[in-house]
Ligand binder design. Sequence first.
Ligand SMILES: Nc1ncnc2c1ncn2[C@@H]1O[C@H](COP(=O)(O)OP(=O)(O)O)[C@@H](O)[C@H]1O
Length: 299
Amino acid sequence: MDSSVMFEPFEIEVLQIGSSPIWLAKCIGGEKDNAPDEAECLQQVHNYQYQAGLWSSGKSMGHDMWIRRTARLQILPQINVWHLSREGEIVSIHFWSCVQYGLVHIAAGDLLRAEIAAGSENGKQAKEYMDKGKLVPNEIIVTMVKERLNGSDSREKGWLLDGYPRSSSQAIALKEFGFQPDLFILLEVPEEILVERVVGRRLDPVTGKIYHLKYSPPETEEIATRVTQRFDDTEEKACIVKLRLQTHHQNVEAVLSMYEDIIVKVNGSGSKQEVFTQIDGALTQLLEQKQEKLGTVAA
Ligand SMILES: Nc1ncnc2c1ncn2[C@@H]1O[C@H](COP(=O)(O)OP(=O)(O)O)[C@@H](O)[C@H]1O
């Protein structure tokens, strides 16, 4: 594909107010099979920025400029890309009913398990708490999360923080480090379903993908034979699972009170698709509000 063809499926809009530039690329119509993947879309947005003279020497526009420019391009496959750069970036790609986000997924539990696997001192200490279903002390987890949020990929693409903050002191630390989420998603699931999900959860050590023996079984025999169970998820640890839930109930109200204005409660007891549809709706609404706000200022 030459570069002029690459732009064709896109409608690209560039908005910048103060230090929050937003790139919007929308690709509409066409065949699913022709839909470009996420990396290709971003590449096209960057190419467009460069060709339109809005991106020089690999850098984005100056901070204090305010620019609103729309380039209407040819209409082809259906896809939307939202790209918020600098202060935080959100990339959302809609492939028909299957929607994916380009945010960096940062899971506090995964960070801790990686430390345990690496055999570090922090990992050893963390495991003692995790084995008992208790929260790992802030001295260990807060720095880990902060460093991950400061990673170049998180700063560039934006992030989805999973399993953090789990206490008000963790929420305060996050704020003090200057990290402020746009949205707080609370997944509400009855306890008996949670226990069933945890006990049936399996991890593919090769791809890192999470399965569930009943609800999302491994696709092939090969994967089924290699999946493993997390040390704190086993049947014998069912009482630890309950303790983890107890810890959650003790802290959740204090955490929620810090995010009252941005909480979205999602019914998490349905299928993956049903839950995802609700989250997608919340994210889409958030992006529309941001867009509207910028449009009002632009008018
Ligand atoms: N933000 C956190 N603060 C302290 N401990 C944490 C945090 N996140 C995870 N942990 C520890 O790791 C364990 C597993 O967490 P996680 O992987 O998030 O579990 P789940 O996926 O079941 O919610 C927790 O029980 C806790 O011991």
